[in-house]
Design a protein around this ligand. Structure first.
Ligand SMILES: [Zn+2]
Length: 418
């Protein structure tokens, strides 16, 4: 039986027998803890500014206004932030990661604890990356063929096999609201032949994922996203988008970007793919980027984003602000009484000075990283909220002229570049 072979071999937490999974479902999934909101996955465009869309995404755990930024909680938590802080910052939709959760927890334990929402204490919508990017970045990658991918676990050295069916089943079982298919994500540079082969396999897997997604009846009212690959070859990207657009996915992800390419090349890929995807379904750009990257993709009609940049940069002392990047460890902030960003309404900016954060970072005090992360994640969420308002007002062009020069690394003020 194929599904049995899909389990994690050598793991202490294997997939339970199918019968056990099914009997556990009614109490262990979406209706756990009274958190099920009853909505079905859906998407509606509310208004437009050029190609950009203001949208409303409905999920089993509530609605999300798009364009939206999904903070990345790889293991179920954004590094350094409690779910309370995330909620207060305005996060609606969290991105989690199958690869890491499968490796470290396993579906059985999560299901036994009431499903993913219950386990991580998040009542709102949850999305999950299938982990293709992580798997194909692994040194211990052992085999990739049409059946799936086998790799050596970086966690405990065991042999792990992922197949498209297994990836979909895992996400269904633990109750995510927006699931991703398994894809083959080649690095860059890659030759055309290899890119075409990865694309062929990704789209083969996409069909098998859809078959599996509906196999148990109602697929949890959640949404399944196909992932467009094709590297940085325009004809491959367009062929991939056209092929997947003909399949009944609930949403479409643009994968295979931010894999080592020049920024301009990544933007080109988005400009090829986004307009080629079905207009009535959400589009998600995987793993990007700076505020400027987000603006660029939004203006091409992308609706969902996730990126570790705000949280990772925060831990390194690089803070976003409406007037440019603040590298808080620099000596110039030692006696600076201003908040990180005077225009920011986050609790960190309301309460603390740059001088205090500088002091915490210089002393290696963990609170410095926590506060910096809270600010940066809030900055991204506020940036997206401002983008949504601009789309509603038909004012994206004004937004680009007034806001973009000041944010992100490219908008770093002259004084900061020294
Ligand atoms: Zn702030």
């Amino acid at each position: 039986m194929e599904l049995a072979a899909l389990s994690v071999r050598g793991s202490s937490d294997p997939l339970p027998p199918k019968a056990a999974r099914e009997t556990r479902r009614p109490s262990g999934r979406l209706r756990s803890g009274g958190q099920f909101h009853g909505g079905r996955f859906g998407f509606r465009v509310v208004s437009r500014d050029g190609l950009a869309r203001l949208g409303r995404l409905t999920t089993p755990h509530g609605e999300v206004e798009t364009p939206a930024f999904m903070p990345v909680g790889t293991l179920g938590a954004v590094k350094g932030l409690s779910q309370d802080v995330l909620e207060a910052a305005g996060a609606r939709l969290l991105m989690t990661n199958l690869f890491h959760l499968l490796e470290r927890v396993g579906p059985d334990r999560i299901t036994g604890l009431g499903g993913l929402h219950e386990f991580i204490g998040w009542d709102g919508p949850l999305a999950m990356d299938s982990g293709g990017y992580q798997v194909f970045s692994l040194a211990g990658l052992r085999r990739v063929d049409d059946r799936g991918v086998t790799f050596r676990s970086p966690h405990d050295g065991s042999t792990v096999e992922l197949t498209p069916e297994r990836v979909v089943e895992f996400q269904e079982q633990i109750g995510v609201d927006a699931a991703m298919v398994l894809d083959e994500c080649p690095p860059w540079p890659v030759d055309r032949e290899a890119a075409a082969e990865a694309l062929r396999r990704t789209n083969l897997w996409a069909r098998r994922s859809l078959d599996r997604w509906g196999a148990d009846g109602d697929p949890a009212a959640a949404g399944l996203f196909g992932i467009v690959q094709g590297s940085f070859f325009e004809d491959l990207r367009l062929a991939a988008a056209e092929d997947l657009a003909g399949l009944p996915f609930d949403g479409y992800a643009i994968g295979g970007v931010s894999v080592g390419e020049e920024r301009e090349l990544g933007r080109q890929a988005v400009s090829w793919v986004a307009p080629a995807l079905p207009d009535d379904r959400p589009r998600y750009l995987m793993g990007l980027g700076t505020p400027e990257d987000l603006f660029h993709a939004v203006s091409l009609g992308v609706d969902l984003f996730d990126c570790v940049l705000p949280s990772r940069n925060a831990r390194h002392g690089t803070l976003f602000s409406s007037t440019g990047i603040v590298r808080i460890k620099k000596a110039r902030y030692r006696e600076d009484p201003r908040p990180v960003d005077p225009a920011c309404g986050c609790p960190v900016c309301r309460r603390h000075s740059r001088a205090f954060l500088h002091h915490l970072f210089r002393c290696g005090e963990i609170t410095g990283k926590v506060l910096a992360t809270e600010h940066n994640v809030r900055f991204y969420l506020d940036f997206m909220a401002d983008l949504r308002r601009a789309i509603a007002d038909g004012a994206l062009a004004t937004f680009a002229a007034s806001r973009l020069p000041e944010v992100g690394p490219e908008g770093e003020p002259e004084a900061e570049r020294r």
